[in-house]
Write a protein of this length. Sequence first.
Length: 55
Amino acid sequence: MKLVVTSPKPRNPIVVPSRLRRAGSHQAGRKAQRQQGRQALRRELFHAGAEQHGP
């Protein structure tokens, strides 16, 4: 009696890197949006303060 072992179907090499990178939506997450908002606010406040206390 012979034992025949079939090899599994080969994996798609393109999918592996995307799975490792956690590919997802192309939008910034909520945390990134909050951080950008805080940075924009600080930038506006800084420029407004510089205009008031200018030479």
